[in-house]
Design a binder for this molecule. Sequence first.
Ligand code: FAD
Ligand code: FES
Length: 270
Amino acid sequence: MRLRSICARTSRRLWRVSEYRMKDYTGEIVSNKQIAPDAFEMTVGVKDMPEVRPGQFAMLEVPRKDCVLRRPFGILSRDENSVSFLYRVKGNGTIALSELEAGDGIRLTMPLGNGFPTEKRSKVAIVGGGFGIVPLYLLAKEYRGAEVRIYNGFVNASAVMLEREFGKCGKFTLCTDDGSRGFHGYPVAALEKDMDEGFAPEVIFCCGPTPLMKSVKALAARRGVKAYLSLEQRMGCGVGACLTCTCKVAGHNKRVCKDGPVFDSAEVFE
Ligand SMILES: Cc1cc2nc3c(=O)[nH]c(=O)nc-3n(C[C@H](O)[C@H](O)[C@H](O)COP(=O)(O)OP(=O)(O)OC[C@H]3O[C@@H](n4cnc5c(N)ncnc54)[C@H](O)[C@@H]3O)c2cc1C
Ligand code: FES
């Protein structure tokens, strides 16, 4: 009961943060379909859809009275009239989201965070693990025209998602932990193999489970390559007001939602 009243108070306070209000949209579900075990892809129709940079995210309102705080999700894709998400059904909030149907209304705050740096590069490596592939899709499309190599890893063949979509964005290596599809092993091992064989990316971008991001950080340091990681932290507000998502970056406290979620790999996991 006490937790609910704290959440309700936080929510009222947030409403007074002007950035939160400015980025608040009311959308209508266009589709919300299951694409893999526990995975749903949801498209929301939004009038006056804002521009989105690769790696930015949204806070989605959950249609349940006991889920007062919005939940953070990476933006998978956007066009002038809609925005899409890919999410894992985990707890009460995502169960409720998975029950939404076409025509239902939803409120969302977006675009949030700084996203990935997208200066011109001629050779780029993109490494994703599980649902970490979500913010990398817009990024891979942004770098079309450059030599883009994408390494996406999943636990096994039945967990594979968006293979065709990423396949159109560059040289794509599908990896599975158990070898049931594609490269047998973690995506960072597939990237290192290519680097041993002569591929020399100017930058590595990564999003996924923490062990994957730590191994990308280590690989980048060994090879002297710049790498950017998109971190995931539990979030309350998504706009820098509550400090729930604080983490250490280059020895200083930073808010993953407002200062990130993308950081230079040399400055995190120290
Ligand atoms: C910037 C950002 C982008 C994200 N993008 C995506 C995405 O594109 N697709 C996707 O499926 N998920 C994404 N997540 C994670 C997603 O926000 C959580 O899975 C979701 O909020 C869980 O809500 P819930 O109510 O279902 O679960 P809860 O009932 O809140 O929790 C259920 C379980 O999930 C764990 N959990 C909750 N939040 C997180 C979190 N942030 N990170 C890791 N574990 C968590 C809890 O510890 C608990 O074990 C993102 C998180 C962040 C911070
Ligand atoms: S979630 Fe509130 S400060 Fe980041």
